[in-house]
Design a protein around this ligand. Structure first.
Ligand SMILES: NC(=O)C1=CN([C@@H]2O[C@H](COP(=O)(O)OP(=O)(O)OC[C@H]3O[C@@H](n4cnc5c(N)ncnc54)[C@H](O)[C@@H]3O)[C@@H](O)[C@H]2O)C=CC1
Ligand SMILES: O=C(O)C1=N[C@H](C(=O)O)C[C@H](O)C1
Length: 269
């Protein structure tokens, strides 16, 4: 039986790749292609907009009510509507939108009390594996004599609106927890003095059409480690989100992440 899914943010860069990748998966059927009502593609066939051929589903702003999982790659406003729809209709949710505020995050956690939710800033296998490696390296270097300076450097396309990326913030949280680093420093300018020991530096580069790269730099005295992960295109995120939809559709209420989907949770690796 094919799983019926809804895509929120369907006319966007990620939405189009989700529509195209889902069309190539016989275990999935897209029943809703949701976008904001003012979007110029509303009323057009979602598959034609995505360049993957006619799908028979037009982009619209109302859910049809048949969905067995909603995938949201939109904006904080779109995410809010997706959460409200899923809670009201007891529908499993995959939340991929970044740049969320505290109240949005509270809404995700509250939703997970009644429906299953997968929430992750990156649906990529490689990124999630690198999070595990980052935790390992951070833990190993925690008490190193001479100290270790951690910098998180991310690169994305010029169209990205949130900064730093949700993934960079997650890398920072992981390495901060592992190493006991408490201060977040976003860029540096002026005569600000020597680098304090307890900070994580974040640097967000915006250039061209880059689909996403993250580097975690561990700077020591005499040597350094740079962990680097880069997307070649957006399908790593789309395919991860579709796997998350299949996962979440079988789960009971609760908050899950991509470690759960990929079998990378503690005790599984
Ligand atoms: N977790 C992950 O693996 C990834 C997350 N993202 C995140 O996904 C989000 C979308 O990224 P892109 O596709 O590049 O952006 P985009 O700007 O190309 O697409 C967003 C789409 O959402 C639509 N939208 C706006 N309001 C809406 C509403 N109320 N309901 C439904 N749709 C609405 C927009 O009209 C647009 O078509 C961003 O927050 C981005 O950071 C992007 C890639 C991977
Ligand atoms: O906006 C993007 O493109 C991406 N956003 C996500 C983030 O903010 O971490 C994930 C990925 O890096 C692509």
């Amino acid at each position: 039986m094919s799983l019926k899914i809804s895509i929120s943010g369907a006319a966007g860069r990620m939405g189009q790749r989700l529509i195209a990748c889902a069309a190539a998966d016989e275990d999935l059927t897209v029943v809703d292609a949701i976008d904001r009502s003012e979007h110029p593609s509303v009323g057009s066939d979602a598959g034609l907009v995505a360049g993957s051929g006619e799908s028979g589903v037009n982009i619209g702003s109302e859910y049809c009510g048949e969905s067995e999982a909603v995938i949201d790659f939109s904006t904080p406003d779109g995410a809010k509507l997706a959460i409200e729809y899923c809670v009201a209709n007891k529908c499993p949710l995959v939340m991929a939108t970044t740049g969320l505020e505290e109240n949005d995050i509270a809404a995700i956690k509250s939703a997970a009390e009644t429906i299953p939710v997968v929430w992750a800033p990156s649906m990529s296998l490689a990124v999630n594996l690198m999070m595990k490696v980052t935790e390992f390296v951070g833990t190993a270097l925690k008490d190193l004599d001479g100290g270790v300076d951690v910098e998180v450097i991310e690169r994305h396309h010029r169209f990205k609106v949130d900064s730093p990326s949700g993934t960079a913030l997650k890398f920072g949280q992981i390495v901060g927890d592992a190493m006991g680093l408490t201060h977040q420093q976003h860029g540096r300018e002026g005569v600000i003095g020597q680098r304090p020991r307890n900070e994580i530096g974040y640097h967000a580069i915006r250039a061209g059409d880059d689909p996403g790269q993250h580097t975690i730099l561990f700077g020591m005295l005499g040597e350094k480690i740079e962990l680097h992960v880069a997307a070649s295109n957006r399908d790593c995120y789309a395919l991860g989100a579709l796997a998350a939809a299949k996962f979440v559709a079988k789960k009971t209420a609760g908050l899950y992440n991509m470690f759960d989907v990929l079998g990378l949770s503690d005790g599984q690796v």
